[in-house]
Each structure stands twice: as structure tokens, then as C-alpha cells.
Design a protein around this ligand. Structure first.
Ligand code: SF4
Length: 323
């Protein structure tokens, strides 16, 4: 059966989203453009979010000492060396908060990336409290010529959790940013973590009502991975009972339930987190990789004769605080 998103996979994959958006596949090349974040430089905090360890996520060729265009060239060479087909590129401004700088500096970094001939657009990761009106208006103008996607670190939609992980903003701030991006029709990716302290699978299922309502283009879903040396690792050592830990099996079952209720208009960019094992403090799921999780979720949905959004009507009423 071919689904509404255009293929037979039982959920709307990022692969299919790229086909639908560009008519072909396109590789993302991450860069570290040398930005920081307000939760590191003292504006709203110095200690950062308790789960954060940026170095665990950035590839070797990301080096803020190098120009953005050089990092793109290094990324292309890295993938070409591994015989990965390189054609069109999206430059992924990944590290820290990539809209947290004066507008003139943002323009220089983004436009340097867009000047590389193979580059068809940008994916810009940031916090919801780092999107000024002038930055939003600039991004809105930029996307008239290039694909621009803003990736918002939602992480949790619960203020109690956001305070506990030292996030430095509340859920209303997230909803405001998502609304401002939607008003300008800027494609938006949401980044969520399942497993922050005090939260439960029931809460995450209820949050779908909000996510279905806020015009997300794509979602990245992650199980909490507790990384060595982070404050959350200390918290976990003292109060492990405050953390909902998935086994690989229970995570895949949860994701199948989750996707059944999620809008079929939202493409799924990731279903799980994956960092090099040397950074991990806890359970590695015995080396299970992201592709194994994708496969396991597909098998579960197919066995149920089910697919993304089939139960969306069960969660279609958003809470009253969402406008
Ligand atoms: S997760 Fe993002 S916002 Fe939080 S400390 Fe790390 S870089 Fe800053």
C-alpha cells in the first residue's frame, strides 16, 4: 500500500521528505560555525542543559577554527572517501545555537555556505529563545531563494522538566518560536528527548496533541542517552528511579504506538539517538544501531497492519494553551 507521503514505508521517512521536497536525495554536511549558546555564556546560564555534551555529536571534520566553506569541503571529502555519493548538499549548522549571534555575523556564515555551488539549502539548529524578529524576517527572505529549515530543540514540553534539566526557557517560549516560524512558512524540525527525569511515556503520548498542531515539517525523536561527565549522569546515579529507561524492545513498541498517533504530515528524521559508545554512561542496547531501530519499528507497524497517523483522531484536540 502506498501511503499519503508517497511510498510503502509505514511512516513518513526523511528520505521520502527529501524526495517530495527536492525531487532527489540530498546529503547533510554538519559544520561548527563557532557560535555558543545563552545557556553556556552566562546570558541565561553557564552550566548548560544537564544532558548536553556537544562533542559527542559533531563529526571530526567539524572545527570552528576553519571557515564554514572549508568544513563543507572537508565533509564532502570525508563522505567521498567512503564512496558515498555526493551531489546536492544541505549545510547543517549543528553545534550549539546557530541563530545566537548578531545578524550580520549570521548572514556572513549562512551566505558563505550558500555560495558553495552544490549547496541547495541550510538546516539551522537552535534554541527557541534565540530567534529575534529580525532574524526570523531575514530567514524568511533567505528561503525565497534556498531551502531553509530551522531545527528547534524542544526536548520537553513540560516546564517542570525544563527547569530540572536547566534548559533556561519554558514551553511557552518553544510554542511561540514554532508559531513565529509557521507564520513565515519556514520549514521547521522539532528535536525531542524521551526519558528526561520525571517524565513518563503517558506524558509523551499526550504531547502528540500539541506536536500535531504546530506545523512541524520533520521530527527527530531520541531516547535519552546519559553521557559521561554530564550533570544528568550524576543525577541518574543518585535517583535512577526518576528516569524512565527503555529496553530496545519497549522503545520500538513505544515508537510504533507514538507514530500511529502522530500526524502523517510530519516526516521522521530520526527515531533514536546514536553517539559513539565511548561517551555512554549507561545501557548501549548491545550495539543496536539507528537502522536496526527503524527496521524494528517498521516490522511492528507492518505486523499491526498499521501506519503513521492511523490513530491521529484519538489525539486531535490540543490543550487550551496552544493558540
Ligand atoms: S543542549 Fe543546546 S542549549 Fe543546551 S547547553 Fe547544549 S548547546 Fe546549549
Amino acid at each position: 500500500m502506498v501511503h499519503a507521503w508517497g511510498d510503502e514505508t509505514p511512516f513518513y521517512t526523511y528520505h521520502q521528505y527529501l524526495n517530495n521536497t527536492f525531487g532527489h536525495q540530498i546529503r547533510k554536511i554538519p559544520v561548527d560555525a563557532g557560535f555558543t549558546c545563552p545557556n553556556r555564556d552566562g546570558t541565561c546560564g553557564r552550566d548548560g542543559c544537564t544532558f548536553c555534551l556537544n562533542e559527542a555529536f559533531a563529526p571530526r571534520y567539524c572545527d570552528s577554527q576553519k571557515r564554514v566553506s572549508q568544513q563543507v569541503a572537508d565533509g564532502v571529502a570525508f563522505h567521498a572517501h567512503r564512496r558515498r555519493n555526493m551531489g546536492a548538499i544541505l549545510v547543517y549548522f549543528q553545534s550549539y545555537s546557530n541563530t545566537y549571534a548578531p545578524l550580520e555575523m549570521l548572514k556572513r556564515r549562512y551566505e558563505e555556505a550558500l555560495a558553495v555551488p552544490e549547496v541547495q539549502g541550510l538546516v539551522i539548529a537552535t534554541r527557541p529563545d534565540c530567534l529575534s524578529e529580525e532574524t526570523l524576517d531575514y530567514l524568511s527572505a533567505l528561503q525565497k531563494h534556498s531551502y531553509i529549515c530551522v531545527e528547534i530543540g524542544i526536548e520537553s514540553l513540560h516546564d517542570k522538566t525544563l527547569r530540572r534539566v536547566n534548559r533556561g526557557h519554558d514551553a511557552a517560549c518553544t510554542l511561540h518560536a514554532l508559531s513565529a516560524l509557521a507564520q513565515r512558512e519556514i520549514p521547521t524540525c522539532g528535536h525531542l528527548i524521551f526519558g528526561l527525569p520525571g517524565e513518563t511515556p503517558e506524558m509523551w503520548m499526550q504531547d502528540i496533541a500539541i506536536l500535531n498542531h504546530v506545523s512541524l515539517s520533520t521530527l527527530k525523536l531520541h531516547q535519552l542517552q546519559i553521557l559521561q561527565g554530564t550533570p544528568i549522569a550524576q543525577e541518574y546515579a543518585i535517583q535512577p528511579e526518576d528516569f524512565h529507561s527503555f529496553t530496545a524492545e519497549s522503545y520500538m513498541e513505544f515508537l510504533a504506538d507514538y507514530l500511529e498517533r502522530l500526524s502523517p504530515d510530519i516526516a521522521i528524521e530520526r527515531l533514536a539517538n546514536e553517539v559513539p559508545p565511548r561517551y555512554l554512561n549507561t545501557n548501549t542496547w548491545h550495539g543496536l544501531r539507528h537502522q536496526d531501530i527503524v527496521q524494528g519499528v517498521c516490522v511492528r507497524l507492518q505486523k499491526r497492519q498499521s501506519w503513521q497517523g492511523i490513530k491521529k483522531a484519538e489525539v486531535s484536540t490540543p490543550p487550551p494553551f496552544v493558540s
